[in-house]
Design a protein around this ligand. Structure first.
Ligand SMILES: Nc1ncnc2c1ncn2[C@@H]1O[C@H](COP(=O)(O)OP(=O)(O)OP(=O)(O)O)[C@@H](O)[C@H]1O
Ligand SMILES: Nc1nc2c(c(=O)[nH]1)N=C(CO)CN2
Length: 177
């Protein structure tokens, strides 16, 4: 059994619909089981210019898939949930599912880098991750996610606001503790 952490992001369309559907679709795959779900944060877009704010969250899951298999399943769910890809570096999306960590593995392939190479500099990833995995360490540096979040400059954190607290989103079902 493998343990993976996945970041979810949505900034166009009915954002909560897409987050909820992504959680449902992940849990429907027989080889994947969600074990924790963070709060949802509303976050200022980072790295590209748009007025469409994101909803971001993170989940932990157990899976029998290896990392590439998990990526393929998550990409299938992105496609099913209206994700349109274009040639731009970053663009708005109905749903984004990124693998952050997979056990304590370091993977550096063209199509798959784990830990996710930009996770340590993204408050929209670290805020939800430091709720569900505060003591989990980056296999690269040995620093815990909470340590990294706490050390992050205020200017990077200020675009990340708690939007719906963990456990208070009944319609997600999965939030029930
Ligand atoms: N850890 C990872 N999780 C998901 N995709 C990854 C990962 N590492 C590499 N990739 C590759 O990145 C490609 C682009 O993914 P995507 O379009 O979701 O990027 P993005 O979310 O826009 O940007 P970012 O990677 O900065 O979050 C995917 O096709 C996938 O092969
Ligand atoms: N706030 C926010 N900004 C982003 C996000 C995201 O999920 N949230 N994802 C990106 C590419 O993955 C680029 N910028």
């Amino acid at each position: 059994m493998n343990v993976a952490y996945v970041a979810l992001g949505a900034n166009i369309g009915d954002r909560t619909h897409y987050l909820r559907k992504a959680l449902e679709e992940i849990n429907r795959v027989p080889t994947m089981r969600i074990t924790s779900v963070s709060s949802i944060y509303e976050t200022e877009p980072v790295g590209f210019d748009t007025d469409a704010y994101f909803l971001n969250m993170a989940i932990a899951l157990e899976t029998d898939e290896h990392a590439e298999g998990l990526l393929a399943k998550l990409q299938g769910i992105e496609q099913q949930l209206d994700r349109v890809r274009n040639n731009e570096r970053y663009s708005s999306r109905t749903i984004d599912l990124d693998i952050l960590l997979f056990n304590e593995e370091n993977i550096e392939k063209n199509a798959l880098c784990i830990p996710h190479p930009r996770m340590h500099e993204r408050a929209f990833v670290l805020a939800p991750m430091s709720e569900i995995a505060p003591n989990v360490k980056m296999p690269t540096t040995g620093r815990s996610l909470k340590q990294i979040m706490d050390a992050m400059p205020e200017r990077l954190k200020k675009g990340v606001l708690l939007w719906r607290r963990q456990g208070q989103a009944e319609e997600f079902g999965l939030f029930e503790s």
